[in-house]
Write a protein that binds this ligand. Sequence first.
Ligand code: MRU
Length: 336
Amino acid sequence: MHRHIFESMKFKRDSLLLLDQTKLPFEEVWLELSNTDMIIEAIQNLRVRGAPAIGICGAFALYLSIFNDNKLLSDDALLKKEANRIKNCRPTAVNLSWGVDKVVDFVGKCINLNEIFDFIYSLYLQEIEINEKIAINGAKVLPKGNVLTHCNTGSLAAPGVGTALGVIRKMFQMRKLNLVYVSETRPLLQGARLTVFELERDAIPYTLIVDSASGMLMRNFMVDAVIVGADRIAANGDTANKIGTFMHALAANYYNVPFYVAAPMSTIDFSIATGEEIPIEERDGAEVVRCMNSLTNKENTITLNYAFDITPAKFIKAIITESGVYSPNEILTLLD
Ligand code: MRU
């Protein structure tokens, strides 16, 4: 199935093989992570990132905890403590907790480690199918023309074609796509480094812009739609995504450009009423005074480094999921 899809993680019985995204696009370095601490380090330092991808890696991290200490299979308190340690390593994307909790629930029903491994692999394959459906659903509703996207939401961020980038891929196949404007995504440049890497591989036409250029492009009628991914969607449709997303949404609202969010249903957190309650990760200010590895100011410069922002539901035209395309105010009705 989908053999052409670029894979950034591979599962072995005793380790996770991971493409180190901090090295892209200059080097393709594969890491072999053989314990939970190594996976936590990789998630915290964005060697693997993107909500669905860290969900699967979090699930695999708990599998490795059990693999390396069989007591976790029979001691529920120990298992939950280890699960929390993994869940807390990045707070905003709900998919991380989702993936870890799936394994916690499964452990209660299984008899051996091989079953847990197979279960996680089946989650991974399911995500590939889910992203394919998101791509199809999204490509039907987005208008033909130029699309602007932020951060990286492709095969590096989610198994399979990705979420927002999966929609863009499908639009390209359907000849609905003219050009993708990729905003670079300061400070860690997921757009410039990773989205451009993926678009070049697929020969999809793109143009890289600085984050603050999107309003100017929209003013000049150069953008027909904006599509982004999500790290957590509240029950009212407010959406947390990579810092800078909200500024694109504001500009899109001002210039009447439709703004779409593409995400699996597992990114919706029905336990959270509005975006106010979504925990926003604050990262080390060292990232703000660097561009790649070069300092842009003195190390002791005062900084503030929110990694995500909240786009209010009223700025979102539709949320594209595997089960359908919904206006943000329909989200609550999906709770079953
Ligand atoms: O800090 P990152 O790179 O993990 O942030 C990623 C994003 O904000 C993505 O847009 C989101 O996780 C969706 S990925 C399909």
